[in-house]
Design a protein around this ligand. Structure first.
Ligand code: 5CA
Length: 158
């Protein structure tokens, strides 16, 4: 039996199923925000992957935007990638759509059916760091591997 939280085990299993190898790191300090995660692993803020859930205004569908920690999503740009206007849902919707709590939402291993969009700026880095299911677990990944494991559409989001 692993003593890792179930959410972390889901992320690891999803990575393995997608054929990418990830090493999850437990942080001593909170890595709830991109700034905290950057400090915890000694990375640049831009290297942190924010996993942000949006809701399609027309469809009600959940979208997962993987955004560089240095960027803020501009909704008109994101709309060009999704084909519909987006809104920010509440925490309950995020939990429902992904199975993760805010602060630990991971780019893969979610329980729901998500369309994934990835910020092209993440490709500036050799590796990036994303949440692994809790506010205290992160993993490092090569951007191209993250894209292939999530099936993300890549584009400009800001
Ligand atoms: N573990 C870190 C770094 S990987 C992390 O998960 N960062 S994050 O940016 O992906 O997740 C935090 C984000 O959750 C915030 O940027 C914010 O957009 C969103 N958030 C925070 N509180 C709420 C809330 N009450 N409802 C909806 N979204 C929220």
């Amino acid at each position: 039996m692993s003593d890792k939280p179930a959410a972390v085990q889901r992320v690891e299993a999803a990575a393995e199923a997608k054929g990418i190898r990830i090493k999850v790191v437990k942080t001593e300090q909170s890595a709830r925000t991109a700034e905290e995660a950057a400090a915890a692993v000694g990375a640049e803020v831009g290297q942190i992957v924010k996993s942000l859930v949006f809701r399609g205004v027309d469809s009600g569908k959940a979208y997962l935007l993987l955004v560089s920690g240095a960027n803020r999503v501009e909704s008109s740009k994101a709309m060009e990638l999704t084909g519909e206007a987006l809104e920010r849902p509440d925490a309950a919707f995020v939990r429902e759509a992904t199975g993760f709590a805010i602060g630990g939402v991971a780019p893969l291993g979610g329980t729901g059916d998500l369309s994934v969009i990835m910020d092209e700026d993440l490709f500036r880095y050799a590796t990036v760091w994303a949440a692994a299911g809790t506010p205290n677990h992160v993993f490092e990944v090569v951007p191209l591997q993250l894209r292939s494991a999530t099936g993300a559409v890549v584009g400009a989001v800001h």
